[in-house]
Write a new protein. Structure first.
Length: 397
């Protein structure tokens, strides 16, 4: 088989790239290791920045998102038993975020790809990438016991943190930066009305908690838990009891509990690969970087990588220019490191670290108290949370 772009990985990055390239008349094949149902079964992100919303519209798959997505103009911070609202809309001159689950975004992209009859190979085994340091790279895989080969001009490594593409880059050409956090997030999804109309980020003496949602009838909650915890050790009742202990009186009164429809523990890490380009192979999304989910950046960073990669590939074919692909890594990494910094900072501020001295939580509460009472403090949280403009900092270069 021959195509212009071989996309390894059929998660949100791969699907969004495939859809944008299709709209630009560029052929791409997606090779995905698991089934489509398995991809849809992963419960992950929930918050879209305006840049991601715009990209879904540009890809022509934004209709259901606008119909079912919930526009949120603020978030709440709960610490010291008190809530403080961060008015995202006012502090950023009208910007908001949208609650729309990654599962739904992935479903919209999958359905659009299938409706357009675009080639996606699911349950591809032993995927390998070859000769990406040449102008004739190719991808091989096995399907139904047969070896297959896709010759292409470019390979898009959209295969996530555990994928094959980053792992195939020459060690001498890659630098990886990593910080692993000493705790995880226990997430629970339930068909219960959210405890609050906006998200609540909680810094409590018992640890971090987050009250999020997927719709007016479906809630998503997270508890910071030790890395040694196993999800099967957490009954629904134990989860709800612990969440109540971390909430305020109003939260305890308003919380509607119910049976979980999904429960999982995710580890937290900050991770960045430099560079993101290896000849004709490009890393996008979690294949190139991971953020702790505190800042709701993971999916949104993946979307902007995809935008920059799409723009670069279109420029290559339409304008016969390699300027975009040569600048891809630099453009992405500027944005990635700003989001990594915000996610790390917000994680440090809201979580209890093992062996923290008592004074550390006093520092955290003092910093939160300052931020909530300072116009510039509130603004710094708001402008990072809604997502910095794509050209942020460009004028100063
Ligand atoms: P993904 O990992 O989603 O997709 C990569 C795809 O590549 C997968 O389908 C995988 O099966 C496939 N693949 C892997 N190896 C392959 C191979 N060798 N060959 C072919 N295919 C291969 N972000 C937020 O913003 N908020 C959150 O709350 C949040 N929670 C998260 C919870 C968890 C447990 C995880 C792991 C991530 C979370 N994230 C969150 C981040 C997440 O949303 C990612 O940013 C998002 O999935 C990135 O999408 P992709 O880059 O497509 O990577
Ligand atoms: C979610 O709804 O899954 C979510 C929301 C905000 C975050 C992380 C996760 O910071």
């Amino acid at each position: 088989m021959r195509t212009q772009v071989a996309i390894v990985g059929g998660g949100p990055s791969g699907l969004l790239l495939g859809q944008l390239l299709h709209k630009a008349g560029i052929d791409a094949v997606i090779v995905e290791r698991v089934s489509g149902d398995y991809v849809l079964g992963r419960i992950r992100a929930g918050i879209l920045e305006q840049v991601s919303i715009d990209l879904m519209d540009e890809a022509g798959v934004g209709a259901r998102m606008h119909k079912e997505g919930l526009v949120h103009e603020g978030i709440e911070m709960l610490f010291g038993g008190e809530r403080h609202r961060v008015d995202l809309n006012k502090l950023t001159g009208g910007k908001n975020v949208m609650v729309y689950g990654q599962t739904e975004l992935t479903r919209d992209l999958m359905e659009a790809r299938s409706a357009a009859g675009l080639p996606t190979v699911y349950e591809a085994q032993n995927v390998r990438v070859h000769e990406f340091d040449s102008t004739h790279p190719y991808v091989t895989y096995e399907k139904n016991g047969k070896s297959e080969r896709i010759d292409c001009d470019f390979i898009a490594g959209c295969d996530g943190f555990h994928g094959v593409c980053r792992a195939s880059a020459p060690r001498s050409a890659i630098k990886e930066y990593e910080k692993v956090y000493p705790f995880g997030w226990l997430g629970l999804l339930a068909d219960t009305p959210p405890v609050n109309h906006e998200l609540i980020y909680v810094n409590s003496p018992r640890g971090f908690a987050l009250c999020s949602q997927r719709s007016a009838t479906r809630s998503r909650y997270y508890l910071q838990v030790p890395l040694t915890d196993k999800v099967e050790e957490w009954t629904d009742d134990a989860f709800w009891q612990e969440l109540k202990l971390r909430l305020d009186d109003k939260g305890r009164r308003d919380l509607v509990t119910g049976p979980s429809i999904e429960k999982s523990i995710a580890p937290l890490r900050s991770f960045v690969t430099e560079p993101l380009r290896f000849g004709r192979m490009f890393l996008a999304g979690d294949a190139g970087h991971i953020v702790p989910p505190t800042g709701a950046k993971g999916l949104n960073l993946a979307a902007t990588d995809v935008k920059f990669l799409h723009d670069a590939i279109v420029e290559f074919y339409k304008d016969k220019s390699e300027a975009g692909i040569d600048d891809y890594s630099r453009k992405c990494l500027g944005r990635i490191w700003r989001a990594e910094r915000f996610s790390w900072w917000f994680t440090q501020l809201m979580h209890r670290f093992p062996h923290d001295e008592a004074i550390t939580s006093k520092f955290q509460n003092a910093e939160l108290d300052y931020l909530m009472n300072s116009e510039s403090g509130l603004k710094t949280i708001a402008e990072n949370y809604v997502g910095l403009p794509l050209d942020f900092g460009a004028s100063k270069r």
